[in-house]
Structures are given as structure tokens and as C-alpha cells.
Design a protein around this ligand. Structure first.
Ligand SMILES: Nc1nc2c(ncn2[C@@H]2O[C@H](COP(=O)(O)OP(=O)(O)OP(=O)(O)O)[C@@H](O)[C@H]2O)c(=O)[nH]1
Length: 345
């Protein structure tokens, strides 16, 4: 049957569609065939409508309607095994409608694949083209191999969960959960990479330090939750107003840092001043209240002689301190370094 394009591939969903897993399943299938002396063996997984063969030779999306497979009789029963000397004359498999091109099957022995919760996931079966019996030992081996198939499936599921959890943890370790911006360490790493990259191309890089004005008053008068709402809103404003190539981090309680590649300190200051004005006129909703906040900002150009991004951040911090002392709600630019621009790092 041609692959179904509009039905999600069950083996993909189960995380079993990669070459290494399918090769392992092929080994177990071959073992089943050899240990029972059968002509064919199959591992298949099932959903409500289709049976999905799990073999390295499958094409993505390959499946067949359940009602055309003898395994459907096993999946529909409450038994662990279905063993039939001749499926063509067996009342349990009479309803199965074979499809043109299906291999000739007369004898059948299958073991049900159940997960730990008892859900039926599929079958491991062996078939023969002539009438025959399967003895108790062959059936025990088939059941044992079925358990190995399920061990493999559980291992793959556990590996998938671990990979997802690891990716989530890696993201969480880099992100400030309140604002969604980079945290201090991640910002420093990314800013350092950008600094080196742009200096190599003899470009300008600017760093800005931004700090909310009198933020303590908001916390004291309206509570910590209102303070958090302000921080979160400011994070969104920054992310929206700045370029996607800029990197923004929350590097302290109410302090933010921005690195702006290919931007002179003057251009950076102009952009941040526009942002400062926008913040001053913006109102942050806290319950019934609309809160007004302002920010102060210090900007510094990255000096090619700087040992790292921290040197520029320190200068931006000093300019921020000047902005606070000059009355807040303003942008100050750090004095230009006298040293020439050269490639470093
Ligand atoms: N709600 C909230 N408040 C925080 C957080 N981190 C730091 N703060 C608060 O930020 C305030 C910082 O106060 P100050 O350093 O005095 O600064 P400020 O009140 O903004 O004054 P200036 O910076 O001089 O304008 C303190 O009240 C901290 O408790 C946070 O994650 N959430």
C-alpha cells in the first residue's frame, strides 16, 4: 500500500523510525524467524486503523489497513498469543481481507506487544506458507523476543524524554523566567561572541546598561507582584523596540544590558533615547492602575583593546550612574576611548 501522506507516521510518533532502532528491530524479527523456523517474521505497531511495519526497509508512512492483517485478530482479542495452523480455515481470522501483493500466509503465531500500562502497541508475529504447528518452546521464545521489542521501545521513549528534558533545561539555564530575556551569564556569553565577531570585521559595537528609576518605590507602594509586572513589561518593550540582531539580557534585579552590533555609541544612544521616551509615555497595567515608569541608560562603545565585554559594560554602567545622578530618565554616553580601533580576540 502506498504511504499515507495525511496520516501521521505512527513509527515517527513513537520515536522508532530512525535507522538504528529499525535495524535493532530487524535483528529481533530475524531471531524470531530463525528460532521458530518460520518463513517470515514481522514487528508491527498499530493505531486504530492501520498496522505499521517496523523494518529498516520500510518507506516513511508505509502502513496497511488493520482489517487486511491477521494481527488484527490478535490485537482485538484479550489473549497474549494467537496461534493458527491455518488462518484460511480459522474462524478467528475469517474476517481478514488480504490485499493483492500480500505474502502468502497459511500458518500464523503472534505475540502481543503491550507497554507497561498494558496498552496494546502492536505485534511480533511469524508466518509460514504451509500448514504447521508452533510448539510451546517456540511460543515461549516468541514471547521473550516480544518482551525485548518492548524493552527497546521503552528505552527509546526514555531517551526521547531525556533529550527533551535536557533541551528544556538548557533553555531554562539561559533564560530569565520573569522577562524571557537572556540571563546574565547567557547574555555575557552571547555578547562576547558578538563582540569578537564584529571587531574582526572592524565594525562598531555598543553596549548599553539600562536601569528602572526609583523601582524600589513601586515594590514598596504596590507590592512585589506589581514590581514583577513592570519588569516583565519592560522586557517586552525592549525586545520589541530593539533589533533582532541586538542581544538583551536581564543582568540584575532591575538592570538590563544590551549589545548592539555594527552600531556606533551615538547611534545606539539615539535609539535608546527613543526607547526611553516610549517607556516614559507607556503605561503598565497593574489591576485598575496604570503605572508610569522611567529608565536611565548608559551607553559605551566597545574598545578593541578591551579584554572582554565586561570592560565595555563597566563603562556603560558608569555612564548609567552619571545619568542617575543627572536626574534620571535620560541616556548618557561614556567618553570615547583614545585608543585606536584594532582587531582583538
Ligand atoms: N519585584 C521585583 N523587584 C526586584 C527584583 N529584583 C530586584 N528588585 C527590587 O529592585 C529594587 C532596586 O532598588 P534600588 O537599587 O534602590 O533602585 P531604584 O529604587 O530603582 O532606584 P534608582 O535605581 O536609584 O533609580 C529593590 O527594591 C529590589 O528589591 C525582582 O525580581 N522583582
Amino acid at each position: 500500500m502506498p504511504p499515507l501522506r495525511d496520516t501521521p507516521d505512527l513509527l515517527e510518533s513513537l520515536g522508532l523510525a530512525d535507522g538504528a532502532t529499525l535495524a535493532d528491530l530487524d535483528m529481533l524479527t530475524r531471531a524470531a524467524r530463525m528460532l521458530t523456523g518460520a518463513s517470515h517474521a514481522f514487528v508491527s505497531f498499530a493505531d486504530d486503523q492501520y498496522l505499521w511495519p517496523a523494518s529498516a526497509s520500510r518507506t516513511p508512512g508505509e502502513c496497511k489497513p488493520l482489517h487486511s492483517a491477521y494481527c488484527s485478530a490478535l490485537l482485538a482479542s484479550d489473549e497474549r498469543n494467537l496461534v493458527s495452523r491455518n488462518v484460511l480455515q480459522d474462524p478467528r481470522t475469517q474476517a481478514v481481507v488480504r490485499q493483492p501483493g500480500d505474502p502468502r500466509i497459511v500458518a500464523y503465531a503472534g505475540t502481543l506487544l503491550r507497554d507497561e500500562a498494558g496498552r496494546k502497541l502492536g505485534t511480533l508475529c511469524v508466518t509460514d506458507t504451509v500448514e504447521r504447528d508452533f510448539d510451546a518452546e517456540q511460543l515461549a521464545l516468541l514471547n521473550g523476543l516480544g518482551r525485548q521489542v518492548m524493552n527497546l521501545v521503552s528505552l527509546r521513549a526514555a531517551k526521547r524524554q531525556l533529550t527533551t528534558a535536557l533541551a528544556q533545561m538548557t533553555t531554562l539555564a539561559r533564560v530569565d523566567t520573569l522577562t524571557g530575556l537572556l540571563n546574565r551569564r547567557a547574555w555575557q556569553e552571547e555578547a562576547e561572541t558578538l563582540r569578537k565577531l564584529v571587531l574582526r570585521q572592524s565594525g562598531h559595537v555598543s553596549v548599553a546598561a539600562l536601569d528602572l528609576d526609583h523601582f524600589k518605590r513601586i515594590n514598596d507602594s504596590r507590592g512585589h507582584a506589581a514590581g514583577d509586572a513592570v519588569l516583565s513589561a519592560l522586557g517586552k518593550l525592549l525586545a520589541k523596540a530593539l533589533r533582532t540582531t541586538d542581544r538583551i539580557g536581564r543582568i540584575g534585579g532591575e538592570e538590563f544590558a544590551v549589545i548592539m552590533p555594527f552600531t556606533t555609541p551615538e547611534a545606539a544612544a539615539a535609539r535608546l533615547d527613543a526607547l526611553r521616551q516610549r517607556i516614559a509615555t507607556h503605561r503598565i497595567i497593574d489591576g485598575d492602575e496604570r503605572l508610569a515608569v522611567t529608565v536611565s541608560c548608559g551607553v559605551a562603545g566597545v574598545d578593541a583593546q578591551d579584554a572582554g565585554i565586561d570592560a565595555a559594560l563597566r563603562r556603560a554602567d558608569q555612564a548609567l550612574y552619571d545619568a542617575k545622578h543627572a536626574g534620571r530618565d535620560r541616556v548618557r554616553v561614556a567618553p570615547v576611548s583614545a585608543r585606536p580601533l584594532a582587531v582583538s580576540g
